[in-house]
Design a protein. Structure first.
Ligand code: F6P
Length: 296
């Protein structure tokens, strides 16, 4: 059996562990597209052993590379990818919602596919958990933990900007791990008067303030400028947590999720002869058929 795997969209900590588990099971029958659907379109497909998966299972990133591939959404790009995918018995796709869509489209056109949700945003609608989320949240908590003692030393405030594209789950998870003084996950949360008051109160008590900001809402410098109009004497800094969320080594929890996602994928590939997605719902792993969208 010839198995093809690709990692699509943003890389997610834990992807390499899944790749390693698949390699352990399928060995030289496992092939990889370089850089997701881009590699599928360009037929940039080689045995995964050439990416040297041994010893990399616990590293972040993806040894077989990722990409965002708008070309796969065009008819010509898709047809090219489809032709190359058809040379394999099954195609395994790791990624987010967009990648799931691409995966299903291949399946609708006669390719056997298996999907694994993997994105730090944890917003794949069919699954309660997407690989990489725990690591991303922990990376933010660690950053805030490491920065706040310095803010406290000066009674400063700090805006921590975290990833999450259009989804507030990372910010909300971070706020559980490090309860911040204020959290902004949408435009309506930008209440300058209230934030300035919190910063001022903490400052007067001899404390710093941690303000959590989800990306793509407002530039952190604009936020600082407007807050400084209300509180000109308090220093406000900004830290963009950014790519450390994707580049941090997967936590033990994500490594465990990766092993489980891989185990279920291997089972479906080897024994079930069907297409589907591996999902995690209500504390359990399931295999769902591509027509079954689960709760959205
Ligand atoms: O999809 C995961 C993610 O990290 C988002 O949280 C973020 O908005 C985006 O990717 C960044 O994408 P890129 O790496 O293409 O800049």
């Amino acid at each position: 059996m010839k198995v093809l795997v690709l990692t699509s969209g943003g890389d997610a900590p834990g992807m390499n562990m899944v790749l390693f588990q698949l390699y352990k099971r399928f060995g030289h029958n496992l092939y990889a597209c370089r850089a997701g659907f881009k590699g599928l379109i360009n037929n940039d497909i080689i045995p995964i052993s050439e990416f040297k998966p041994l010893g990399k299972a616990k590293q972040a990133g993806s040894i077989i590379k990722c990409s965002r591939c708008p070309e796969f959404k065009t008819e010509a790009g898709f047809n090219q990818g489809l032709e190359n995918a058809k040379r394999f018995d099954v195609v395994v796709v790791l990624g987010g919602n967009g990648s799931y869509k691409g995966c299903k489209q291949l399946n609708d056109n006669g390719v056997r596919t298996v999907f694994i949700p993997a994105t730090i945003d944890n917003d794949v609608h069919i699954s309660d958990y997407s690989l990489g989320y725990h690591t991303a949240v922990q990376a933010c908590v660690k950053t805030i933990d490491n920065v706040m003692p310095s803010m406290d030393a000066f009674d400063r405030a700090c805006i921590f900007e975290v990833m999450g594209r259009n989804c507030p789950r990372i910010a909300k998870g971070v706020n559980l791990g490090y309860p911040c003084d204020y959290m902004i996950t949408s435009k309506k949360d930008i209440d300058y008067k209230k934030i300035a008051e919190i910063i001022k109160n903490n400052h007067d008590l001899g404390k710093g303030s941690a303000i959590l900001l989800k990306e793509r809402i407002i530039k952190n410098q604009t936020l600082i400028k407007n807050l400084n109009k209300l509180e000109p004497k308090i220093e406000i800094k900004a830290v963009t947590v950014g790519y450390t969320q994707r580049g941090s080594a997967p936590t033990d929890i994500d490594l465990e999720y990766a092993r489980k996602f891989a185990k279920f994928a291997i089972n479906i590939i080897s024994h079930k002869k069907i297409s589907g997605a591996i999902i995690y719902k209500k504390n359990k792993f399931y295999i769902i058929n591509n027509d079954d969208e689960g709760d959205s």
